[in-house]
Design a binder for this molecule. Structure first.
Ligand code: UDP
Ligand code: MG
Length: 223
């Protein structure tokens, strides 16, 4: 039976996503650099048992992987605050999701190809968003952490004292803010026009923002 369905899909040019939206829940977590995505994701993992995948962390791991053909490209994009070609990032995410599902790490208590993922810092550009939705898995919602550039800059400079990240310096931060405004905001607006964005003001303390974020995710999961 599945073979017949595959054949029909092929003939009709219907794309099937790698992961079934009915079994796999994906929430995109967006917001400017330093908006608090990673911090809030760790709390949400504890609340709801998500598998947390940070696109930036996956890219940094690939950058340092011995034998990677993308190391230099990734390093350059990260330092310049530009977006790595989507094929690379989408594939890294898809592989990480598949591995988590296979190894039973797709969220606490999830098995049999079921799972829930928080995808942090992705999609940052329209082409990535469309490709992921079409080929990998349809996302349920976007959790959007918004705050001012002043707040983000202060947080990034503070983080830069210990993060060792090549992009937590004033020059790279400026470029990252530009990419965020010009390239990532349209992605957020796209999902907003579909009614799929939960916006949270992340200017307050970690604890206060966490309370809001937890409530927003609960609402998404209850749908
Ligand atoms: N990046 C990318 N594509 C993505 C996500 C990240 O090219 O889908 C690159 C981009 O250069 C970005 C950098 O990775 O500036 C760091 O991303 P990360 O999410 O770690 O930054 P954060 O938002 O946490 O400050
Ligand atoms: Mg981050």
């Amino acid at each position: 039976m599945p073979a017949i369905i595959d054949k029909i899909a092929q003939v009709l040019h219907i794309h099937k996503q790698t992961f079934d939206h009915a079994k796999v829940t994906v929430i995109f977590v967006l917001g400017g650099p330093g908006a608090g995505k990673g911090t809030q994701c760790s709390h949400l993992v504890q609340d709801f048992g998500f598998c947390h995948l940070s696109a930036g962390d996956l890219l940094r791991a690939e950058q340092h992987r011995e034998g990677s053909q993308f190391g230099e490209l990734i390093q350059n994009c990260i330092k310049e605050g530009t977006i790595v070609p989507m094929e690379v990032t989408v594939k890294l995410l898809e592989n990480a999701m598949a591995a988590a599902l296979k190894e039973g790490r797709a969220g606490d208590g999830w098995a049999d190809g079921r799972g829930r993922f928080l995808i942090d810092g992705f999609p940052r550009k329209m082409d990535q968003a469309l490709k992921f939705d079409e080929d990998v898995c349809k996302a349920s919602m976007v959790l959007f952490f918004s705050t001012t550039e002043e707040v983000m800059l202060a947080r990034l400079l503070e983080r830069g004292k210990t993060s060792g990240r090549e992009d937590d310096n004033a020059e790279s931060i400026k470029k990252r803010f530009n990419t965020y405004k010009e390239t990532t905001m349209p992605v957020i607006e796209h999902y907003r026009s579909l009614g799929n964005v939960a916006e949270i003001d992340s200017s307050a303390s970690v604890e206060a923002v966490h309370i809001e974020a937890k409530a927003a995710v609960q609402k998404i999961l209850d749908k």
